[in-house]
Design a protein around this ligand. Structure first.
Ligand code: GLU
Length: 561
């Protein structure tokens, strides 16, 4: 076998692929590179304008890390007078999940990361890779004609065999140098295989040398140095697919060039591919585009950190936030703060309009913590006006709890009163809601239709107060009930009830001589609390009574009396 180092010598031994043969592999009217270059001119943008893209693959739900990255990308474009667009990277059709696109669309809208351009409005489309196959074909043909690419007929089995041989020889695996079987086929050999109907991929003919190093400036990580790429990576996937689609690497180079992206913001898992990408840009004659590799969101798992994982963590799926009703503003505020910590210190309004700086993005992945998000979200909901909160709640409920919509609309005044309550200074329930799906458990007690009165005087929630006593307290409370808005007067009723039934007026008095009393006043309050709310711990009783109104107080007490 020829060694990698004398490959240059070998090159002159074989004839380059016959151009006619190459042309026969593509549509006759396939445009030349110049066509696409002029079809997609440089963008007419102010100096310093940043063009970013977000390229999710529709192979499952949108990852929270995707929203994180897209939000940074959109922010960079927005603050520089540039453009942010979404490109659906659907070249892996076998792994495509049918619902992904619809989920993406609603998630983009929810998190305000919609594309600035689409097939209708944008000049640089199509914005789905599967619709761009002609463009990739042009450049694949061009590389073939310039001998920067070749046809590879290796089957899956042959590739597996190759890996085994490489393992036995204790050399790095991959399709490179002397191991790259089809790299050395003559034009005749290629023609024979094509005539025999063999399928092929188009591979890059790497000119790399492992002993040389490349260096590039990452906008987040600074200068990075790595060995040159030597792998003849696949550019166009198997010829038996229709359409013949590109690999990620090839599509990245072609698309980001022609769509005139000027900052490639993407996950750090792509850093290792930069050497091959730099070679591809060079071979294609494209200007290099600056990279910004962003660190992934992490999670604490016990005492160790790991990537937030689609497989393990429900919070990695953006659907989780949408369906449980976190306001998008709260999630975005949190994500912005994780990207640039100075934004976490700002008010919601300030952070929403502040620029994110790539140089302030950390190199280590930030910890994504649901508890922290919960507390941010509580603050966020509490800071909304009553109308904004009502709209947020209704919008969520329309999709995820239609029954609640009916209930809220049937008692719109009550809903408003409740949301107002939470916003009053010194109110009892401030910041109790982190997400809208908590509304039922937090506010359900106020709605006649959501509240199930306690019917059994021996219910364990009444604790040590006996059933007969519970019944008498309920009856007397209902009989003499005064629905007053004077807080002291309202509580006077509880005090009178306690005195009448032999309960001590304070816990202190009770403690001194427990044998003299049926219990203390707190036992009476608890009975009334359970009657009115069903809860052993509840918001202030007086407030609850004010919100639900006289009739509902009597209905609840009456169910036991
Ligand atoms: N489709 C790629 C992914 O899902 C996008 C990477 C990139 O932004 O270049 O990871």
């Amino acid at each position: 076998m020829l060694s990698y180092s004398n490959l240059e010598g070998r090159k002159s031994l074989y004839l380059m692929l016959d151009p006619e043969l190459i042309l026969s592999l593509f549509a006759e009217d396939l445009p030349k590179p110049e066509h696409w270059e002029s079809r997609y001119p440089m963008r007419n943008l102010p100096p310093g304008a940043i063009v970013t893209r977000f390229g999710p693959s529709p192979t499952g739900f949108l990852h929270t890390g995707g929203v994180y990255t897209a939000n940074v990308a959109k922010n960079l474009a927005r603050h520089s007078g540039g453009v942010y667009f979404v490109r659906i990277e659907d070249t892996d059709q076998a792994r495509e999940v049918a619902e992904s696109r619809a989920q993406f669309a609603s998630a983009f809208e929810f998190f305000s990361i919609q594309s600035d351009e689409d097939d209708e409005t944008g000049q640089y489309g199509p914005y789905e890779q599967s619709k761009r196959s002609l463009i990739y074909h042009t450049y694949a043909r061009d590389l073939l004609l310039r001998d920067q690419a070749y046809l590879c007929f290796c089957t899956r089995e042959e590739l597996t065999e190759l890996t085994e041989k490489q393992q036995a020889a204790k050399v790095g695996s991959g399709y490179y140098g002397e191991w790259a079987i089809c790299r050395h086929l003559s034009s005749d050999e290629v023609a024979q295989r094509l005539n025999a109907g063999k399928t092929y991929t188009v591979r890059f003919r790497s000119q790399g040398d492992e002993s040389r190093r490349i260096s590039f400036e990452d906008l987040i990580r600074g200068q990075i140095e790595m060995p040159e790429n030597i792998h003849d990576i696949v550019l166009l996937k198997s010829s038996d697919q229709d359409p013949r689609l590109p690999t990620y690497h090839f599509a990245h180079a072609v698309d980001d060039h022609l769509m005139r992206v000027n900052v490639v913001l993407r996950g750090e898992e792509w850093i290792s591919s930069v050497p091959v990408h730099l070679q591809l840009f060079k071979a294609l004659g494209f200007d290099q585009i600056p990279y910004a590799h962003i660190a992934p969101l992490m999670k604490m798992d016990g005492t160790s950190r790991r990537k937030l994982s689609k497989r393990k963590d429900s919070e990695a799926n953006v659907e989780y936030y949408i369906s449980s009703g976190y306001p998008a503003g709260a999630v975005l505020h949190y994500l912005r703060g994780l990207a640039n910590s100075r934004l976490a210190e700002m008010s919601f309004e300030e952070s929403a309009s502040a620029p994110i700086r790539l140089s302030d993005c950390g190199v280590a992945g930030p910890i994504f913590d649901l508890v922290k998000l919960g507390s941010i979200s509580r603050e966020f909901i509490a800071h909304l006006s009553v109308d904004e909160a009502f709209d947020g709640l209704m919008t969520w409920a329309q999709s995820y709890d239609p029954e609640l919509v009916e209930i809220l609309l049937a008692d719109k005044d009550l809903t408003h009163r409740l949301l107002t309550l939470e916003r009053e200074p010194g109110a009892i329930q401030r910041k109790d809601l982190a997400k809208w799906d908590e509304f039922r458990s937090v506010y359900g007690i106020y709605f006649a239709s959501l509240f199930t009165p306690v019917m059994d005087p021996a219910d364990p929630r009444f604790g040590k107060v006996e059933a007969e006593m519970v019944r008498s307290l309920a009856r007397d409370f209902a009989d003499g009930y005064q629905h007053t808005s004077d807080k002291d007067a309202w509580f006077e009723q509880i005090r009178a009830l306690a005195a009448k039934h032999g309960f001590a007026p304070t816990a202190g008095v009770y403690k001194k001589a427990p044998q003299d009393f049926a219990g203390s006043i707190s036992d009476v309050s608890n009975v009334i609390r359970i009657i009115l709310t069903g809860l052993t711990q509840s918001p202030e009783l007086f407030r609850v009574a004010q919100v639900i109104g006289r009739e509902e107080v009597l209905r609840r007490a009456g169910s036991l009396a």
